[in-house]
Design a protein around this ligand. Structure first.
Ligand SMILES: Cc1cc2nc3c(=O)[nH]c(=O)nc-3n(C[C@H](O)[C@H](O)[C@H](O)COP(=O)(O)O)c2cc1C
Length: 193
């Protein structure tokens, strides 16, 4: 009888350990790092939008860093990395390109990209695609926002903002795209963690 009692106690302890491990794993937050370059503030506004989208997910935290402030510890601690950059001469601005060139492999993190540009067809999407390709080359699993328009659903490459005339600055709907990007990266990173 004593032996049975002891076995039962051991069983209860094991069950408690299993439950608390499961709870603590479920509570582990995903950390999404947003790395951006911005000279006049437009891309920074989009980065703030991405951060808001990440924080819609109660299981995620967002860390915002300018491209020249990122440390190797920031990169190592991130479950996801979102890159944002203005369009310069149809392509990635130099500070972001240098950042990509000096930092190595980020295998199995989740990533996304956003950009701004002052011209209507001035290369914003090209910048997003170039950032996504760089992320892929670094072993990152890339995702973009998804939209449900009722009549149809669609994904997008990332988020962009047209910042020149006739649509100066970053609009609320462009910020919403940035939020949708952040939300999706957080969601997928959480699923994979
Ligand atoms: C050197 C330079 C080159 C640029 N080239 C382009 C371009 O090729 N296409 C475009 O759409 N905008 C171009 N722009 C405009 C910026 O991409 C745009 O103003 C952007 O929103 C700036 O972002 P920021 O405010 O975060 O610095 C250029 C701006 C600069 C300073």
């Amino acid at each position: 009888m004593k032996a049975l009692n002891f076995s039962f106690q051991i069983f209860i302890v094991i069950v408690c350990v299993l439950i608390s491990t499961t709870i603590s794993l479920a509570q582990q937050k995903v950390n999404i790092l947003i790395v951006y370059y911005s000279s006049t503030g437009n891309t920074q506004q989009m980065a703030n939008g991405v951060s808001e989208g990440i924080q819609r997910d109660s299981n995620a935290t967002a860390t915002l860093k300018k491209v020249d402030e990122v440390t190797s510890d920031d990169l190592a601690a991130a479950d996801g990395i979102v890159l944002g950059c203005p369009t310069y001469w149809g392509t990635i601005a130099n500070p972001m390109k240098s950042f990509l060139d000096i930092n190595g492999f980020w295998e199995s993190k989740v990533g996304g990209a956003f950009s701004t540009g002052a011209m209507r067809a001035g290369g914003k999407e090209h910048v997003v695609v170039s950032l996504l390709l760089a992320l892929m080359m670094k072993g990152v699993i890339v995702v973009g926002p998804v939209y449900d328009f009722g009549a149809f659903q669609s994904g997008a490459l990332g988020a962009t903002a047209m910042t020149g005339p006739p649509d100066d600055g970053v609009s609320e709907s462009e910020l919403d795209d940035a939020r949708a990007l952040g939300e999706r990266v957080a969601k997928i990173a959480g699923r994979l963690k």
